[in-house]
Design a protein around this ligand. Structure first.
Ligand SMILES: NC(=O)c1ccc[n+]([C@@H]2O[C@H](COP(=O)([O-])OP(=O)(O)OC[C@H]3O[C@@H](n4cnc5c(N)ncnc54)[C@H](OP(=O)(O)O)[C@@H]3O)[C@@H](O)[C@H]2O)c1
Length: 332
């Protein structure tokens, strides 16, 4: 028996992406074999192919940061999940495939009542936003925040969870995407045409409590300038190269040494660990089930049509999330 997966054969553009066939095998001890139902496409899936991240796997590799699927087989000593369970995984690589093998201890059960396309966006984008808002920043109602990169998969998760937390929000986004920000009660700023520092200084002369930055370290100085004393800049954008990573670290140290009462905190999903992920995913599943959050699914495509999805994401035209689906879900 065989299954298909997306394969990045070398660093480069979309011409480096192939669909390949692989032999299905039994899972190893401690592992589960999962048939992928839904897997989102995020900026890091594109960046790892282009080589725009430090510490990358060498090609060939299958992209796909997270997925939801059904356990099809389990290896020896697996007690955490059973055949037929609906589970999710945060794998960083490998989810853009019909099948993925993953450590059973790292899987989380997903309620079958949830729409897999919506639920799969919770595993990375909403997890990041939730952990930054509630574990790192510990926001409270009325706090004032700017979201940089507010219209994308990660940004719209911040908007929804920020609205739920009672924040007063500002967001940077292209003008064509402003309606989505106002829909969540955020004041949009078109960073292509407006100087966001000027806008915030005029509307919030006392400064902001938080800036959530999903872009690069080039936003540090301007973000710090609009924070009030005691304010925090929380940075979660992936650095584009090893040099940019070093620059990021140097800037993090330098700006935190300045006696201005402002702090920069770097967030990465590796920082908080699987136990806290599971706790936060459970909370996010509850919020989705209760209709308190509703991920924006800009487009769904078949898993093996990943190239179209990468192209759409790279074009910058997407508001919200693109999700790849198994054929049986895509036909619905
Ligand atoms: N640290 C972590 O664990 C973690 C996890 C997930 C994601 N991330 C990071 O989060 C970031 C966003 O990822 P994503 O998947 O949400 O991306 P996405 O869906 O592609 O959204 C990014 C959006 O940012 C906007 N943008 C692009 N360049 C910009 C700029 N220079 N200034 C302001 N906005 C800009 C674009 O919208 P407009 O047209 O509106 O400008 C774009 O749609 C990436 O840097 C990724 O590495 C980090």
């Amino acid at each position: 028996m065989k299954y298909k997966s997306v394969l990045v054969t070398r660093r480069g553009g979309l011409e480096a992406v192939r669909i390949v066939e692989n032999e299905l095998h039994s899972p190893l001890a401690g592992e589960a074999r999962i048939r992928v139902l839904a897997t989102p496409v995020c900026q890091d899936d594109v960046a790892i192919r282009l080589g725009k991240r430090p510490f990358l796997k060498k090609p060939p590799f299958t992209p796909g940061y997270t997925c939801i699927g059904t356990v099809e087989a389990v290896g020896e000593n697996v007690t955490e999940v059973a055949v037929g369970d609906r589970v999710a995984a945060l794998t960083q690589y490998g989810c853009h495939a019909e099948i993925i093998y993953w450590d059973a201890a790292e899987l989380v059960h997903v309620p079958e009542t949830l729409d897999p396309a919506e639920a799969t966006t919770l595993i990375l984008n909403y997890l990041v936003a939730y952990q930054i808002l509630h574990r790192v920043a510990q926001v409270k109602p009325g706090d004032k925040a700017l979201i940089i990169g507010a219209s994308g998969g990660g940004g719209t998760a911040f908007l929804q969870l920020g609205q739920l937390a009672g924040l007063k929000m500002y967001g940077l986004a292209s003008a064509s995407k402003h309606a989505i920000l106002t829909g969540y009660g955020a004041a949009p700023i078109d960073y292509h045409r407006q100087d966001f520092v000027e806008v915030i200084r005029q509307t919030e002369p006392g400064g902001l409590d938080y800036v959530f930055n999903g872009m690069g370290e080039e936003y540090f100085e301007r973000s710090l300038s609009i924070l009030k004393r005691g304010g925090k800049l929380i940075h979660y954008g992936g650095p584009q190269s090893f040099t940019r990573f070093l620059l990021l670290v140097v800037k993090l140290i330098f700006y935190n040494l300045l006696p201005n009462g402002k702090t920069i905190i770097g967030y990465g999903t590796h920082r908080l660990g699987t136990d806290l992920f599971k706790e936060d995913w459970a909370r996010l599943f509850e919020l989705l089930a209760a209709g308190q959050i509703k991920p924006i699914i800009a487009k769904t495509l078949p898993i093996l049509d990943a190239v179209t999805a990468y192209e759409m994401l790279e074009s910058g035209s997407v508001t919200g999330n693109i999700v790849l689906l198994a054929p049986e879900l895509q036909q619905i």
